[in-house]
Structure formats: C-alpha cells, structure tokens
Design a protein around this ligand. Structure first.
Ligand code: AMP
Length: 146
C-alpha cells in the first residue's frame, strides 16, 4: 500500500462510524500520515422535501457547524490523535469531502461504505459519489450491516 501522508477521514457521527475511525487510526499508525477529520453539515434547506421551499436557515447551519467542531475536537482528544486536524463545512457531503481533500492535497480519503443513507446498498450515496469524483485514492471501510 502507498505511503500516505495526508489522510482525510469523512466523519458522519453515526454509530457505524466507530469502525471507520478505528481503521483510519490503524492507517495513521502504519503510515505516520496526518489525519484530517472532516464533517459536512448538510444544508437544512435540503432536509425539507415539501412543495413550498424552505429558506435556508443559515443560523441553524452555523450552530450545527459549531456543534460538529466540538464533537470533532472531542473525538481527537478521546482517541489521543495529537497530530490530527479537523474541518467542518456546510454543503453537500460528497462535494465538500472531495473539495476539502483537494484543498489539503490529501492522498487518501477514508469513508464508510454506508452510514445513514445507504443501509441496503453496497455503497451509500456519499461513498459512491466520493469514489467517482475524488482525484486521490479512496478507502471505503465496510461497516456493520454490509
Ligand atoms: P452514507 O452516504 O450516509 O451511507 O455515508 C457513508 C459514509 O460517508 C459515512 O460512513 C461517512 O464516512 C461519510 N459521510 C456521510 N455523511 C457525511 C457527512 N455529512 N460529513 C462527512 N462524512 C459523511
């Protein structure tokens, strides 16, 4: 396996994510790479599927982003990931994950095969989208239920 230097880990805070994080830490220890934990807050406007468009709640998005930052900081502390960074973005997960990977010249993206959106599928929608759009290697970790 290539000697990766910068690994982006796509964090969705689902229960299934624990096994993804464990594999990411394993990779970090094997390669000495720097980990970047990334969470994307999905636009709250996108959660509403009714006929009347809901204006994007920017304030809510900002609050969710702040909470996500705190959770990522706690994840770093609890797992003693001293060399790890974190980043929270607001937008579409697959698009933002690929964009942040390019921004940081990540050479590997680690992602769960599915999280909240894809239990019945081989690959969830985020993993599938990232796999098709990323310009670096992608490691999809099989999570419980596959
Ligand atoms: P899903 O598309 O929900 O089945 O999720 C598959 C994997 O994509 C998860 O295990 C995470 O690694 C990643 N992922 C999903 N949603 C997000 C998100 N909002 N932010 C960061 N990573 C995500």
């Amino acid at each position: 396996m290539a000697n990766y230097q910068r690994i982006l880990v796509a964090v969705d805070f689902s229960k299934e994510f624990e096994s993804v994080l464990a594999k990411a830490i394993e990779q970090q220890q094997l390669t000495g790479a720097r980990l970047l934990l990334v969470h994307v807050v999905e636009y709250t406007g996108a959660m509403y599927t009714g006929e009347i468009p809901l204006p994007e709640d920017l304030d809510l998005d900002q609050r969710l982003a702040k909470q996500a930052e705190e959770k990522l900081q706690a994840m770093i502390e609890q797992n003693d990931l001293q060399n790890a960074g974190y980043q929270v973005e607001i937008g579409t997960p697959k698009r933002e994950i690929v964009r942040v990977a390019e921004e940081h010249s990540a050479d590997l993206i680690i992602i769960g095969s599915h999280g909240r959106h894809g239990l019945q599928l081989l690959l969830g929608s985020t993993a599938n989208g990232v796999l098709h759009q990323a310009t670096c290697d992608v490691l999809a970790i099989r999570v419980e239920g596959d």
